[in-house]
Design a protein around this ligand. Sequence first.
Ligand SMILES: [Zn+2]
Length: 376
Amino acid sequence: MCVLILLILLGTRVQAQKAENIFIITTDGTRWQEIFNGADSALLHDTGFVQDTALSCQLYWDPSPEERRKRLMPFFWNVIAKQGQLYGNRTIESKVNVKNIYKISYPGYNELLTGYPDPLPILNAPQYNRNISVLEYLNGLPEYRNRVAAFTSWNVFPFILNSRRNTMMQNSGYAVLSDTAESIRLANKVQDSVAHKDKTRYDLLTFFNAREYIRLHHPRVVFLALGETDEFAHKSRYDLYLQQLANVDKMIAELWYAVQTDPFYKNNTTFLISTDHGRGRREKWVKHHTFVPGSGEIWLALLGKNILPVGEMKGIKTVYQSQVAATVAFLLGEDFRSNRSIGKPVFLPGAEIRTAAGDKALSTPVFETLTLTNEK
Ligand SMILES: [Zn+2]
């Protein structure tokens, strides 16, 4: 009997330590420069990129980078920086890089979600992915079957996530979300009224669908992929790119608030936030591909269950995009297996979590030279 009680207690302890739910959130082609330094002075005053420079400065400028980034992304810097972790500020030796050589969207999302930087050229085109994503993997496990949901603005995602090979719930581009709930029926009507339906849906529509579905159905694994940041950047509109980034910060804040006030998700959910690729530097910011330096430089933010509140990382080993998929599974206490050789989890320094097997504490600080900016 005593042994049984001990086993139950041990089991409970291991169970309690992993995250029960995870939300992966991405905003397309967003530079680390804006995340960590706020609006870029080289671009904010340039009338080639900003229509009303005076007003944009009033909105986003401050001489101090710390104040500037807080102004642009208050949720990142008031909440994540205090309660979570931020990787990718290259000015303090914190690098997050993509491993794929293409530095465009499909190869980036493929690397992020499958853990495999595919050397085969994959264009941003509707072709079914040969690699298995961590979402597909989790959806195949009994514990997560039909508890994985993807909401994506860009209509190529059903191919990246290979909707032909799995039954994961997906709502992508301007696809109708079938649900009897009044709020979703209304959202479908609004969506239907969009006259010019581009390949990327308005992020607000994607977000609304995701938020309502999450509230109604409580999926355990959510992928929310927003796309307008990249759209505005390609149009050389730095003003609108900043506006959209501020909107993204607000949407994530709203989602976090919804999670933390819902008993199903409260204190047992982790947010992992990142991007598919970086962009060029200074006036080259509009573009991103193999030959534009900076395109492979990305960032990563973590918040929630099992994420120690250490804030910005400094002086760490380079983290790769290919490590994200395994990290997602790891946070849930699962071991992501794929048909490819994939990146290892980003071991969270000091995090006291165990794998599902519970045989090995993964609290070893893997970043030997790790120091934290908020360490006095
Ligand atoms: Zn792009």
